[in-house]
Design a protein around this ligand. Structure first.
Ligand SMILES: Nc1nc2c(ncn2[C@@H]2O[C@H](COP(=O)(O)OP(=O)(O)OP(=O)(O)O)[C@@H](O)[C@H]2O)c(=O)[nH]1
Ligand SMILES: [Mg+2]
Length: 199
């Protein structure tokens, strides 16, 4: 898929508010893990998805329309202590509702921080996808914060903690080094081809 056009469409509380029925790719993970930054990087747009050093920036399901044919969905992050419990509950409700109700979700990009072992909530997210048969791929963000010699052991540890098999794909990513773009599009293209849609 070559990005010809990418634009922000709307922020919606649920899938009923999505303007069109199009194939969707969702980007989820802990608050501040780098979801919005990853979207901007792969779309090669600076601040299309709003990023922030303060967690909890993304609160609704933010929809981006790519080449008038695909949606990228930027969802609220989970599990950040500085956001009130009631707000976290609302975010979780929106994300769970999205997974439950979306009929067009092709693949979930599950982002985890390369610098640390996946958290309990990360593990839950992967288990959830497995349980409901949601195609998913793991993205290890902020890999620039790990020395190049250490990254292999970080990938290995992440595989172990998340219980991934050899065939489960991991994308090592860094927005500073622009790493992970081609790999992300390989995944996206493979799902679009499956649908007979050439991106
Ligand atoms: N060094 C480094 N910093 C990154 C990377 N990706 C994201 N960041 C930084 O991490 C912070 C959070 O990034 P966001 O993209 O806003 O994170 P998010 O997951 O969308 O956060 P919420 O919307 O709050 O859930 C920002 O300060 C980014 O600049 C990366 O690959 N390397
Ligand atoms: Mg965000």
């Amino acid at each position: 898929m070559k990005i010809i056009d990418a634009k922000y469409v709307t922020s919606a509380p649920d899938v009923e508010h999505f303007p069109q029925s199009l194939p969707e790719f969702v980007f989820c993970g802990r608050s501040n893990v780098g979801k919005s930054s990853f979207i901007n990087m792969i779309l090669n747009r600076k601040n299309l998805a709003k990023t922030s050093s303060k967690p909890g920036k993304t609160q609704l399901l933010n929809l981006f329309l790519i080449n008038n044919s695909v949606y990228f969905v930027d969802v609220p992050g989970y599990g950040y202590a500085n956001v009130s419990k009631s707000q976290l509950d609302l975010f979780a409700k929106r994300v769970n509702g999205y997974f439950r109700d979306s009929k067009n979700l092709k693949c979930a990009f599950l982002l985890v921080d390369a610098r640390h072992d996946p958290t309990k909530l990360d593990i839950q997210m992967v288990d959830y996808c497995r349980q409901y048969g949601i195609p998913h791929v793991i993205v290890m963000t902020k890999s620039d914060g790990v020395g190049t010699t250490k990254i292999y052991s970080r990938v290995k540890a992440t595989r172990e903690v998340l219980g991934l098999s050899k065939d489960d794909k991991i994308i090592v990513s860094s927005t500073l080094k622009k790493m992970g773009v081609d790999e992300a599009f390989e995944v996206i293209d493979s799902y679009l081809e499956e649908e007979g849609l050439n991106g």
